[in-house]
Design a binder for this molecule. Structure first.
Ligand code: ADP
Ligand code: ZN
Length: 744
């Protein structure tokens, strides 16, 4: 009987299918404390549970580990997890143990006795997840013991390490398949966050899983705010920015070790808890600085890009690129280290064209093709920084993904959407760009097309007789920069696309063809000119969109740090920030209530819950947080869930009608809930909705009224303002706005 059959049998696949979904969800809550699966997680888990090979491509922070952890917990027997870094293994094992799951690792850091114990526990079937380094896997004594164990599937984390074309090649990874074969026919789940087509193919071939089901998630990181600023007065800007994010964890990337040292020192003298990290530091110091960062002893780590691989801190709230990075791919991976827990992550890049020139100079000794490739990457970087198009749209386009929905411009979650530049009528410009591509037979790139359009009579242009084309020189009144921006925006709009066979040349798409035949009006944006541009009202206030009781949150954070120190692991192993935030919204004061918090499972309630409950209880008493919230929260958990839902929806600026509808509530009831949320101390920003239903004069009238009124009674207000014809809803909304701004 093959392993495949064993799985289906021991799990009783048939009945499992019927209510598998519920079972999975139950386990998700019970063990991990989460109420919902994210993205493809459920489908992936079902796939591996039914014994199929599974290939997962998900961006950092999307929740890959759960995809093998949960099935491992559900099955009888052991899953092996192959992972490249000892630090990563230890991290995950700590987190799983904190959840009450038996996970162990097998690597060179263990003593003989420890190894013996781990092996015995595995053979006895006690270990749910066994993490091994590829090096340990290849040892003959390990293979024989693994054959004695009841293995259920193998997870290959960071699977891109298999490929020489990825950014982190590990030769031992190429042997994994061969060894797994000796262990019986185990289903494989391979996971990675890097997904260029080349690497993907390499992974599939090497693991012989071409037939595997592939689950690819969008690379959109909704919670990350992208921003580019000029390097003008950079130190002043940096200090303001870091201070605005006071007490939060952040990474500042610099290009050179020297800058790392300098900036770390500069922050330290400005009273910021910062430390440097780069490969030139003594390894003791490096490890200490990294641990201090994980343990919240310091807030900011200033680092070269050597830092980040292998750290898995979920609550990094900002990532700053002090120098312009070398490629968009690197930039995306580095910014990806912010906000892994789904809460806000602010990504700020300082840009200067001088950096691009400097970086280009570094490449001068490279072989020709490599140099050309590096240059192309730098050009992409520069155009990303200078473009006024939504950052998100550009990044996703770079990864071959089309960002259709206008979500970013609505939520204003990048600087270009938040501070849109003036648009201009672009129809004729795009038409000229496409015509140039067409007349030159779609065999050239941006630079050449720009030369043709602006009428540059150089040798190269002449050699193709492109100076004879009708499009030659038609755009000579505009700058070459404008034309290359037009061409790039035409790519983002899907009129032109890069030809993958011939790097650097642009082809006209079908959409582009029909535009050429029948042009229609469209808008273009002008690029940034960081040299001249006024800085937009630089909001150095940390951009957040969540409402919770900040003092309670800080209190819980302190408690978490204290307990983590006693137990000897990083604070986020105890509870992650989203869970603490939720506690600071609904004030759980019993174990039952605590277990309803997202991210808090049964294991964590009994292991760590009590001191948190005690602290919240005391806080509630001291701050007299009784009134409505007590009734709402304590009477029924359901209601507090509603409360969170409402707060989240309002943070996302959803219309109140819509919220009411989705919860099947009448508007009055919803307003009642919102009032209670406000009275219990949570600040809500309803401006977006108030704007939508009332003009400014009416708002001002009501505002003045509440400012001067003796009481906040709605009945009295209705009486007083009888002649003005305000509705009760308007009054209640303005009262909420007023209370949020003043009382809280
Ligand atoms: P990745 O390995 O893809 O970078 P992780 O597995 O580290 O991501 O997960 C990122 C974060 O998301 C972790 O803090 C994890 O606890 C959290 N997470 C994963 N799945 C869920 C879920 N279904 N609901 C809420 N949080 C989740
Ligand atoms: Zn945007």
């Amino acid at each position: 009987m093959s392993k495949y059959n064993q799985i289906t049998e021991s799990m009783g696949l048939q009945p499992m299918l019927i209510d598998q979904k519920d079972q999975l969800k139950e386990k998700l809550k019970e063990v991990f404390g989460y109420g919902q699966f994210r993205g493809n997680q459920a489908a992936i888990i079902k796939n591996i549970l039914s014994g199929k090979n599974t290939f997962v491509i998900m961006p950092t922070g999307a929740g890959k580990s759960l995809c093998y952890q949960l099935p491992a917990v559900m099955l009888d027997g052991t899953a092996i997890v192959i992972s490249p870094l000892i630090a990563l293994m230890k991290n995950q094992v700590d987190q799983l143990n904190a959840l009450g799951v038996n996970a162990q690792f097998l690597n060179s850091s263990l003593t003989k006795t420890e190894i013996k114990r781990v092996k015995q526990e595995t053979i006895d079937g006690k270990v749910k997840l066994l993490y091994v380094a590829p090096e340990s896997l290849t040892k003959p004594e390990n293979i024989s013991f693994l054959r004695e164990s009841n293995l259920k599937f193998a997870a290959i984390d960071e699977a891109h390490c298999i490929s020489e074309w990825g950014h982190d090649f590990r030769p031992e990874y190429r042997k994994i398949k061969y060894i797994l074969e000796q262990l019986g026919k185990l289903p494989i789940i391979a996971l990675t966050a890097t997904a260029t087509p080349k690497v993907k193919l390499d992974i599939q071939r090497n693991l012989q899983m071409e037939e595997a089901d592939i689950f690819r998630s969008s690379f959109n990181r909704e919670n990350l705010y992208y921003e580019v600023r000029s390097k003008k007065d950079i130190k002043k800007q940096l200090i303001k920015y870091v201070k605005a994010h006071h007490g939060k964890s952040g990474i500042i990337y610099c290009l050179s070790r020297k800058t790392v040292q300098e900036i770390a020192q500069f922050l330290q003298v400005n009273d910021i808890k910062a430390a440097p990290y780069h490969a030139g530091l003594d390894s003791n110091i490096r490890v200490k600085n990294q641990d201090d960062f994980l343990n919240e002893e310091i807030d900011v780590i200033v680092a070269t890009i050597a830092f980040g691989m292998g750290i898995d801190k979920p609550d990094v709230r900002f990532v700053v690129h002090y120098d312009t990075p070398k490629s968009l791919e690197g930039y995306y991976q580095e910014t990806g280290r912010a906000g892994r827990d789904g809460l806000e992550g602010n990504c700020l890049m300082f840009y200067s064209y001088n950096d691009i020139i400097k970086l280009d100079k570094f490449n001068k000794d490279k072989p020709v093709t490599e140099k050309e490739n590096a240059k192309t990457l730098l050009e992409e970087m520069a155009s990303y920084a200078e473009s006024a198009v939504c950052r998100r749209k550009q990044l996703l386009h770079y990864f071959g993904e089309i960002y259709q929905d206008q979500n970013c411009s609505e939520t204003k979650w990048c600087d270009n959407c938040r501070y849109p530049k003036e648009k201009f009528d672009g129809m004729n410009y795009v038409l000229t760009g496409l015509t140039a591509a067409d007349q030159t037979k779609e065999r050239f790139g941006i630079k050449h097309l720009t030369n043709v359009i602006t009428g540059v009579n150089c040798q190269y242009v002449k050699s193709y007789s492109h100076n004879k084309l009708s499009v030659f020189g038609v755009g000579e009144n505009e700058s070459p920069e404008l034309w290359s921006s037009v061409l790039r925006q035409s790519m983002l709009m899907g009129f032109l696309k890069k030809d993958i066979e011939h790097i650097g040349t642009l082809k006209i798409t079908e959409k582009g063809r029909s535009f050429l035949n029948e042009p229609y009006p469209l808008e273009l944006g002008r690029d940034h000119d960081y040299g001249k541009e006024e800085e937009h009202g630089l909001e150095d206030e940390a951009i957040t969109r969540r409402s919770y009781d900040r003092s309670l949150f800080e209190l819980l954070k302190g408690l978490r740090k204290k307990i983590a120190k006693q137990k000897g692991f990083p604070p986020y192993v105890i509870f992650q920030d989203p869970s603490l935030e939720e506690m600071a919204i609904i004030y759980p004061t019993t174990q039952e209530e605590l277990s309803q918090i997202n991210g808090v499972g049964r294991g964590k309630v009994s292991k760590f819950g009590q001191p948190f409950i005690d602290t919240i209880k005391q806080y509630v008493i001291e701050n007299d947080i009784t009134t409505a919230s007590d009734v709402v929260i304590k009477s029924a958990i359901n209601k507090s869930k509603n409360k969170i839902f409402i707060i989240q929806q309002i943070d996302r600026k959803v219309d109140l009608e819509e919220i009411a509808e989705s919860k099947n509530m009448r508007m009055e009831v919803l307003l009642g809930e919102i009032e209670q949320i406000c009275y219990s101390g949570t600040k809500l920003n309803l401006d977006y909705y108030v704007e939508h239903i009332m003009d400014h004069d009416r708002q001002d009238d009501l505002y003045d009224y509440f400012l001067n009124a003796q009481s906040d009674s709605i009945t009295e207000a209705l009486d007083e303002l009888e002649d003005e014809g305000f509705s009760e809803e308007e009054l209640r909304l303005m009262r909420i706005k007023f209370l949020s701004e003043f009382a809280n």
